[in-house]
Ligand binder design. Structure first.
Ligand SMILES: C[S@@+](CC[C@H](N)C(=O)[O-])C[C@H]1O[C@@H](n2cnc3c(N)ncnc32)[C@H](O)[C@@H]1O
Length: 299
């Protein structure tokens, strides 16, 4: 019995030591160094507007390295087997989530053909328009914005062949906020982990939600498990995403979003985790929010 106790306590101590070493390493090592070693950053295409934003010394949410990364991949937005395949898969899941929450909030019939008709939606960081188009297909009046001009061109071109309209514009959230425009729904999906100034970004996004409106956010948590699963696992082992897609230091803890939402009087209504099965790549909504998560708040 004594031996068993010794063995157990020894194992526990080893486990705790390993865990805290991992936390220390993750905290002290900027994952960007790993990305540099991997030298996987895609080549940059010329983009005048993005460069002028990068040279602007004012406070901005735009990180030039992120612009460069998305600019280089822009042509692949609608390739469901390309680097954006996780967003195409996730889209199926999140459309249902967003639709059901909005129908509940705005008293719409979830089974209607166009349940979101008449709702003004702003999709911030819309990329090639994967989510914007889905919202428009549900009847919403959608505006998609992004800071990468090439993304906007791809989104416009793709939408041309669709039976609905989406207005796209290359503009930052902080600039569109100045116009005083407000929306029934602001979508902020898989973007906060790519911005340069999270507080400024959230401030602007929150201002764009009208009184009584809804703000959806999806991102990746920041903790050792998220680092192992979402960066080491997805980028370096399974190679689901290009290496360097995410930087550990830019991932966002739910508590950080909670306080940035609360600062602008938005109240969290729901928060769920998103789990990916590594064997069949199926995604599911789960209660565990330790890695990928989505939440929504109302004003
Ligand atoms: C991972 S993609 C997500 C695309 C889309 N929201 C989706 O979920 O399908 C991140 C997008 O955020 C955009 N982005 C990066 N920084 C941004 C910023 N400061 N403001 C707005 N969009 C930004 C990128 O250009 C890219 O299109």
């Amino acid at each position: 019995m004594k031996e068993l106790f010794k063995l157990f306590s020894g194992g526990l101590i080893q486990y705790l030591l390993l865990y805290w070493t991992l936390i220390a390493v993750v905290s002290l090592t900027d994952i960007r160094y790993l990305n540099l070693i991997a030298t996987m950053r895609p080549d940059c295409q010329d983009n005048k507007e993005d460069k002028s934003m990068a040279q602007n010394p004012e406070k901005t949410t735009v990180d030039p390295a992120e612009v460069e990364k998305f600019n280089a991949l822009a042509a692949l937005w609608w390739d469901a087997k390309g680097p954006f395949w996780p967003l195409h898969r996730l889209n199926i899941l999140r459309i249902d989530y967003i639709k059901s929450k909005l129908c509940h909030h705005y008293g719409r019939d979830v089974a209607a053909i166009a349940p979101l008709s008449g709702l003004k939606v702003l999709d911030i960081g819309c990329g090639g328009g994967i989510l914007s188009e889905s919202m428009a297909a549900l009847g919403a009046e959608v505006k998609g914005i992004d800071v990468v001009e090439r993304n906007i061109e791809i989104a416009r071109a793709h939408c041309d062949s669709q039976p609905f309209e989406v207005e796209y514009q290359c503009i930052r959230a902080e600039d569109i906020e100045q116009s005083g425009e407000q929306y029934d729904v602001v979508l902020n999906m898989e973007v906060v982990e790519h911005v340069a100034d999270l507080s400024l970004f959230m401030r602007s996004a929150n201002q764009l939600v009208r009184e009584g409106g809804v703000h959806f956010i999806a991102t990746i948590n920041r903790n050792p498990l998220a680092w192992i699963v979402a960066i080491i696992g997805a980028e370096y082992i399974l190679r689901w995403l290009p290496k360097g897609t995410h930087q550990y230091s830019k991932l966002v803890k739910p508590e950080e979003l909670h306080s940035l939402l609360a600062a602008d009087q938005l109240e969290i209504r729901d928060e769920v985790g998103v789990q990916v099965n590594p064997f069949n790549k199926q995604m599911a909504i789960v209660p565990f929010t330790g890695v990928n998560y989505m939440l929504y708040a109302t004003k």
